[in-house]
Design a protein around this ligand. Structure first.
Ligand code: HEC
Length: 163
């Protein structure tokens, strides 16, 4: 009977450790094969996660080289109401990171997925988790519509000097 209990505990330990130690396996296992699909089998804890895109509904966002002023204006309103209590427009941290340079740190898809699917991304995304460790606060989902997410992204571009 005791043996069973010990075996059981050992099993739990194994499971607990494996989820955190799998992150770096992908590239090593991928090196010899030309077939990218093989990565799926190596990361069961985090299957085919794309860190550039994040996770959520946005797979491709069209961005024009110049600023869309009306979208940026709408985004500025969203920022004032829903984001400014935690985010400054400089590089200074408030509750969350300052937004200066945020459009260089992440793709449009990543940002729009993060702001509409915040909980999932905080659980799965390495960059989001690193921020969480610094900020110690989980950003609450702000329930933006798709258009509001796009507008706020345009406002971030304006803040980063796009004209
Ligand atoms: C209650 C505070 C709070 C509010 C309100 C808030 N955020 Fe955040 N945000 C955070 C925190 C904290 C982080 C860092 C990740 C974490 O710890 O959860 C973050 C991270 C981010 C990031 C990634 C920043 C980077 O530098 O990589 C983006 C983008 C973002 N928030 C967008 C928004 C938008 C858009 C809004 C408004 C619609 C908003 N946030 C409202 C707290 C907040």
């Amino acid at each position: 009977m005791k043996k069973l209990v010990i075996l059981g505990l050992f099993g739990i330990l194994l499971i607990a450790c494996s989820s955190s130690s799998q992150k770096n396996e992908t590239s090593a296992n991928d090196a010899g094969t030309s077939n990218n699909a093989s990565t799926k089998t190596t990361t069961s804890a985090n299957p085919a996660y794309d860190p550039n895109r994040g996770e959520g509904k946005f797979t491709h966002v069209d961005i024009s080289p110049s600023l869309d002023v009306s979208m940026a204006d709408n985004g500025s309103k969203v920022y004032n109401i829903k984001c400014s209590s935690c985010h400054k427009l400089t590089d200074e941290k408030l509750v969350g990171p300052g937004w200066k340079g945020v459009t260089q740190r992440h793709t449009a898809e990543w940002i729009m997925n993060f702001v509409t699917n915040t909980d999932d991304m905080l659980t799965k995304d390495p960059k989001a988790q690193a921020m969480l460790e610094i900020c110690l606060v989980r950003m609450p989902n702000q329930h933006l519509t798709d258009q509001e997410a796009r507008d706020v992204y345009e406002f971030m571009r304006k803040n980063d000097g796009i004209k």
